[in-house]
Design a protein around this ligand. Structure first.
Ligand SMILES: Nc1ncnc2c1ncn2[C@@H]1O[C@H](COP(=O)(O)OP(=O)(O)OP(=O)(O)O)[C@@H](O)[C@H]1O
Length: 422
């Protein structure tokens, strides 16, 4: 009977031709196929392989962005995992925004795993990073995603019990968080920093009646979730702060943030490159926050009076001005900004304050301030006697003084220009 055992040389030559074929295939795959097709083939292969090798497992993917906005489920998972990863992860990313002990933030590094146990279910979480498949100007952008692997039979329980449990826990943690954050926007992304401004309504000197009105307005706003839903309005409120420089507009914003426990998103409109970018960054703002646009009169062409632009166009020649506006900094358009303050896109999120500040109300386009757009207009003016009394009390701890009457009279007089030597 003939033997079918191949000789060594046959095995070696088969091995050589197999490895050459594999190398050829890899080269074609990585160098000749477009990236989109490569990503598609890789994901299909890994999907079917994991289905073949792990038929009893189910993977749930939570991406950083959902449609055009932030995925709040991603934020919830991130917050929740930071409380459980300490024990089961192989390695950890840690960091903090202050040197306060026990105030470390934790995250699993990309590619690492951590295990959570919930009602006898073993749940394996991992963090992944992938380039965003975009043909726009931000080619180097990446998207993070958390992946949860569980037994196929546990899928229902994960969806109906485990995920709501995560949302509850995260909500709880975030509402108790010690540090408020202030976010600034850079290249289309929000960067957080710890917000520790000491201003409160107690330290803020302003007309006591006006102060009480603002506090009442904030209290009503917080309690009116059902009202806003009933009347079909977004749960947001717009404040417009104006007045001369140094009269406490920023301090009032800080006092509101501290009182409400809201994070501040400080938006510099000059840094926004297009309406599309504005849409993207505004939809990634979290709930219970303040969107602050300071000095709106000088921040964008959006805030300028259309009549002023028209006058300038006439002076400079239409074509020249159009070129200047579009070539130096395309910026954002008036319609882009307004769409967000009260348009359909503003329906993203709940419990948001939008605060505009300016030193020059008269320079603004009236369209920005038409009735119904900003809910409360707050004028922060020069010191009155009532304000002076509060300042004397908080700085000097005095309620009365023999000079108070004279000061009251002086403050009633119209302001005159002080000599520069003073
Ligand atoms: N009404 C006020 N009550 C308490 N402190 C005040 C008040 N107004 C101004 N200050 C103090 O003056 C300083 C400047 O105030 P702030 O930055 O809040 O003014 P602003 O109106 O925002 O100024 P700008 O328009 O130049 O941004 C702060 O240090 C603040 O403590």
């Amino acid at each position: 009977m003939a033997s079918f055992v191949p000789s060594i040389s046959t095995i070696l030559s088969a091995y050589a031709s197999l490895s050459t074929t594999i190398m050829l295939f890899c080269t074609i795959f990585s160098e000749m196929l477009p990236r989109g097709i490569r990503v598609y083939i890789s994901s299909k292969c890994s999907e079917s392989l994991s289905h073949y090798f792990f038929p009893n497992y189910f993977t749930l993917i939570v991406e950083e962005h959902w449609q055009a906005g932030t995925n709040h489920t991603f934020r919830a998972v991130e917050t929740y995992l930071s409380t459980i990863i300490g024990t089961s992860a192989d390695s950890l990313h840690i960091g903090s925004h202050s040197l306060v002990p026990h105030n470390l933030n934790m995250r699993i590094p990309v590619g690492c795993k951590t295990i959570d146990m919930f009602h006898d279910m073993k749940l394996e979480w991992s963090l992944h990073k992938a380039p965003i498949n975009s043909s726009g100007p931000h080619l180097d952008e990446v998207q993070y995603s958390y992946q949860l692997k569980c037994k196929r039979g546990d899928r229902e329980k994960v969806m109906t019990e485990y995920l709501p449990h995560i949302a509850d826990k995260a909500q709880n943690i975030l509402s108790r968080r010690e540090n408020l954050q202030i976010y600034t926007c850079d290249a289309g992304r929000w960067n957080p920093a710890v917000f520790k401004h000491p201003a409160t309504f107690a330290t803020l000197a302003m007309d006591p009646k006006r102060k009480a009105e603002i506090i009442e307005d904030l209290d009503n706003f917080v309690q009116q979730k059902d009202f806003f839903q009933r009347v079909g309005r977004n749960w947001k409120r717009g404040y417009f702060l104006h007045g001369p420089p140094g009269t406490g507009k920023s301090s009032l914003v800080a006092a509101i943030a501290n009182r409400q426990g809201y994070n501040i998103y400080d938006l510099q409109l000059q840094s926004v490159r297009s309406d599309a970018e504005l849409r993207r960054i505004l939809t990634s703002i979290t709930n219970r926050s303040i969107l602050l646009v300071e000095d709106i009169d000088c921040s964008t062409k959006a805030s300028r009076d259309r009549a002023t632009i028209r006058d300038e166009q006439e002076e400079a020649g239409q074509g020249e001005l159009d070129h200047r506006l579009s070539s130096s900094n395309p910026g954002i358009s008036l319609s882009g900004l307004l769409n967000f303050t009260d348009g359909l896109w503003s329906s993203f999120g709940d419990e948001r304050l939008i605060i505009f500040t300016t030193n020059h109300k008269d320079k603004l386009d009236p369209a920005l301030l038409r009735p119904g757009r900003m809910d409360l207009e707050i004028y922060m003016g020069y010191c009155t006697f009532a304000v002076f009394e509060q300042l004397a009390n908080s700085y000097l701890q005095i309620d009365n003084h023999r000079l108070f009457a004279a000061i009251e009279n002086l403050l009633k007089e119209p302001m005159t220009q002080l000599p520069l030597e003073l």
